[in-house]
Design a protein around this ligand. Structure first.
Ligand SMILES: *[C@@H]1O[C@H](CO)[C@@H](O)[C@H](O)[C@H]1NC(C)=O
Ligand SMILES: *[C@@H]1O[C@H](CO)[C@@H](O)[C@H](O)[C@H]1NC(C)=O
Length: 362
């Protein structure tokens, strides 16, 4: 019974996907993916699993700029720092829930993309509507490099967005559905989550009873990644967060499954099975305990409105051992105005053989 409950909250941070060739979503459709996950992908990645990267994820960092840890002295770091409260303003994007409408082990995409979206918000000084990114796009198109509902990695997500897709749509293009092509959970069953145009960005014109249809949209607001890399260790992480924004880190989530608030102090971590986003730090006034401020992706009914705090400086939960960062390249501030049915934004017209129209088989 306990086993099942633990499993249900686990986020697989792992996976070795098949050897399917990747397409950029600007190319024409159809990335064939296995109907079910390879066995090694599904069954071996329960709690306590090792941290694995998908086979297609070969570039674990890609940057040339100097790192904050190279130009930030310890004494420059404040005692308390939280991107959720910069002079009373939050520089963070909305909390997320990876587990609805059904269970999906996509923590790696949530941790990676929410901390990246925060950095876009920081770069915009929180002006305008928040830019939230389409995590479902990574699940549809990035399986081999980034991961799926059966696990993945934070640097894999950055590798995919920077070097393969070369962009990521905003989430008003593509809703999070907690599905990837190999998942048969809940609403995922028998539906198409392959990398098609409509699974990159779409619109629907009206009810089908009135002749409505859903169409891909090929011109849409999107963001790009300039650089990405790894960061480990308390002070390096603090310098990175302070200078450039939140980061995505691996943890052993077992000690926080039933978290009820406060500062976690638990040295039982074994191995990384979950990815979250670290958005700041502090020191508890009463106990003098240093802690991290962490955003999870299990909804706001979990933890402290979706966040938790954990003791800092002891690599608890393994939180100081595998973090990743990405910096924004470009993002859309002014869209190309698409019609409601998307018809003026479709560039990938598919050839329709005339036989379809004139030759009736039946
Ligand atoms: C991404 O956004 C840029 C502008 O920010 C635009 O020029 C480009 O066409 C967009 N890409 C797609 C695939 O729509
Ligand atoms: C630490 O977490 C483990 C679960 O990984 C739990 O069994 C244990 O009771 C926790 N210890 C403390 C001191 O809370």
């Amino acid at each position: 019974m306990i086993k099942v409950a633990t499993f249900a909250l686990a986020c697989f941070v792992a996976v070795s996907a098949g050897s399917v060739k990747l397409q950029t979503p600007t190319e024409e459709l159809v990335m064939k993916q296995p109907a079910t996950a390879p066995e090694d992908q599904v069954y071996h990645h329960t709690r306590g699993s090792e941290f694995y990267h998908p086979k297609g994820h070969t570039k674990h960092e890609d940057y040339h700029s100097h790192l904050p840890q190279e130009y930030t002295e310890k004494h420059e770091l404040p005692t308390n720092f939280n991107w959720g409260n910069i002079n009373g303003r939050s520089m963070l994007t909305k909390p997320l829930n990876q587990h609805i409408p059904q269970y999906c082990g996509s923590c790696w995409a949530h941790g990676a993309m929410s901390s990246f979206a925060d950095r876009i918000k920081i770069a915009r000084d929180a002006k305008g509507s928040d830019i939230n990114l389409a995590i479902q796009f990574i699940l549809n198109c990035g399986t081999d490099v980034a991961g799926s509902c059966h696990g993945g990695s934070h640097t894999g997500a950055y590798n995919f967005v920077k070097n393969y897709a070369k962009h990521i749509p905003y989430d008003t293009c593509l809703q999070y559905e907690a599905c990837s092509a190999e998942s048969t959970e809940g609403t995922c069953k028998d539906r198409d989550f392959t990398c098609t145009g409509a699974n990159t960005c779409r619109t629907c014109s009206t009810f089908t009873a009135y002749g409505g249809f859903c169409s891909e949209v090929d011109r849409y607001p999107n963001a790009t990644i300039a650089e990405y890399g790894n960061v480990v260790g308390e002070y390096n992480m603090m310098a990175e967060i302070y200078r450039r924004g939140p980061i995505a880190c691996g943890i052993d989530a077992s000690p926080v499954d039933n978290y009820k608030g406060g500062i976690v102090d638990n040295t039982s971590a074994k191995s990384i099975n979950h990815i979250i986003s670290v958005v700041g730090w502090g020191v508890d006034k009463k106990t003098d305990t240093p802690y991290w401020i962490v955003r999870n992706s299990w909804g706001e009914y979990w933890g402290e409105m979706g966040y938790f705090r954990v003791k800092r400086g002891e690599n608890q939960l393994a939180i100081e051992s595998s973090c990743a960062w990405a910096t924004p390249g470009t993002w859309t501030e002014m869209n190309f105005p698409c019609y409601e049915d998307g018809s003026n934004c479709v560039s990938h017209k598919k050839y329709e053989d005339p036989s379809k129209k004139y030759h009736k088989d039946e």
